[in-house]
Design a protein around this ligand. Structure first.
Ligand code: FAD
Length: 404
């Protein structure tokens, strides 16, 4: 009887896992069926949502364009997971369907984290999801705010702040961040980011903790007000509670703990990939939520599932990082090259070259998930293989993948 593999979530990680599992099964002549479940019929390029928030049209990508042979799509909301019975409950239109699985891949991604301070949930907007990014864009055009405060100076907050400032030249944008802006960058990368913010007129306040938000804007821990007509919250993502509710072992943030093959440490027939998973990298550090890690995690889970089905041992070499990319509007960017553990190297790319590089990585990340094959994104693949080979030669230790 065919082995039923059900993949929940068709973001970067889930789509990569579904396509590659089907391709591997076909090539290995394995008797397996892959069912991909997603809340919408379109693929959402989350890494472009700051562009959507700034009012840019980034197109629509029907998932049907990404289905390869052997993957069938169910458009519906996952509402429950019964690991004992090996079945998921999915709401399709108004009907509940129960999908049995032999192997499950959980890839439900993440959404905007809870504000964590009084008023944040009521008075802030976010670009973490497609509908929210569109709503934010509408507020900017309809309400015509003069002052916007962006809270959170990680890579996402930085992309939102710079994109808004560049697309709406009259807008006064402030970026407030608890520690340092773009904390993963080295001195040269950090200096470039500060220069870009100055050029775009974004006022940066580092070491600034927001204590509350109300209709007049954020109030800081020291009691000062930062007047703003619109507050955009970017202080982290949160994951759905499905894994924890179903009894999978999760970390304090609800991310499912997985081994080097992305298999749940508590449920051997469940794999978890992308933002939903707590996986560790080359030096045992937790991999950050990113598309760049979601793709290789999806491929890795697919390879492990099909290897085990074929009676082979899967690859367990750890993931390592290569670079971080951040856009600073459409005409500037930063590519910060990093060590395998994500700590910054000296080498950076900046300006238009970096903006083009970032655009290439973003476009190819989705581009690699289209068409009939089951393979992987263009530049990701060549960098992955090249870097993995060099790392293995230098250290004698195997390594997979990269990050951007
Ligand atoms: C503005 C912005 C910019 C970013 N920039 C970068 C960047 O430059 N580089 C980078 O590496 N990362 C970036 N990220 C982070 C990146 O987008 C995420 O880490 C990545 O999308 C995670 O992939 P995923 O497949 O785990 O989840 P997602 O992409 O979130 O996909 C999850 C999928 O699950 C589906 N789903 C969720 N719940 C249900 C349910 N109950 N039922 C059915 N389907 C469901 C969703 O519809 C979605 O299709 C950015 C994020 C944002 C918001």
């Amino acid at each position: 009887m065919a082995h039923d593999i059900v993949v929940l979530g068709a973001g970067y990680a889930g789509l990569a896992a579904a396509r590659r599992t089907a391709r591997n099964a076909r090539r290995g002549r394995l008797d397996a069926r892959v069912t991909l479940v997603n809340a919408t019929a379109d693929f959402v390029e989350r890494v472009r949502l700051h562009q959507v928030a700034a009012g840019q049209d980034v197109g629509v990508h029907p998932l049907a364009d990404s289905l390869n042979d052997g993957v069938s799509l169910v458009v519906g909301r996952v509402e429950g997971l019964d690991t004992g019975a090996g079945a998921v409950t999915v709401r399709v239109d108004d009907t509940l369907r129960h999908l049995p699985y032999d192997t499950l891949v959980l890839a439900l991604g993440s959404s905007a984290g809870p504000g964590g301070v009084p008023g944040a949930d009521e008075y802030t907007a976010t670009a973490a999801g497609l509908d929210q990014a569109r709503a934010l864009a509408r507020r900017v055009t309809d309400e015509r705010p003069e002052r916007v405060a962006v809270v959170g100076g990680g890579l996402t907050g930085l992309e939102v702040a710079t994109e808004l400032a560049e697309s709406h030249p009259g807008l006064r944008v402030r970026l407030l961040t608890r520690g340092r802006v773009a904390p993963g960058t080295g001195p040269r990368g950090g200096a470039h980011v500060r220069g870009a913010l100055r050029r775009l007129g974004v006022a940066l306040r580092e070491d600034t903790a927001v204590a509350a938000v109300d209709a007049d804007g954020p109030r800081l821990e020291d009691g000062t007000r930062v007047p703003a007509d619109l507050v955009v919250w970017n202080a982290g993502f949160t994951v759905p509670s499905l894994a924890a509710d179903a009894g999978l072992t999760v970390d304090g943030d609800g991310r499912a703990m997985v081994d080097a093959t992305q298999r749940s440490v508590s449920h051997p027939d469940v794999y978890v990939v992308g933002d939903a998973a707590h996986a560790t990298g080359v030096r045992g550090q937790e991999l950050r939520m990113s598309c760049a890690m979601g793709l290789p995690m999806g491929w890795s889970a697919a390879d492990a599932i099909t290897a085990r089905l074929a009676g082979r041992e899967p690859d367990t070499a750890p993931f390592g990082y290569l670079f971080q990319c951040v856009s600073l509007g459409r005409r500037d960017g930063l590519v910060q090259f990093v060590h395998a553990d994500d700590s910054p190297r000296r080498f950076v790319l900046t300006g238009r070259v970096a903006a083009r590089y970032k655009e290439y990585v973003v476009a190819s990340s989705y581009g690699g998930l289209r068409g009939g094959g089951g393979g992987q994104a263009g530049p990701n693949l060549s960098l992955t293989r090249g870097a993995a080979r060099r790392f293995a030669r230098r250290t004698g230790r195997p390594r997979r993948a990269f990050a951007a």
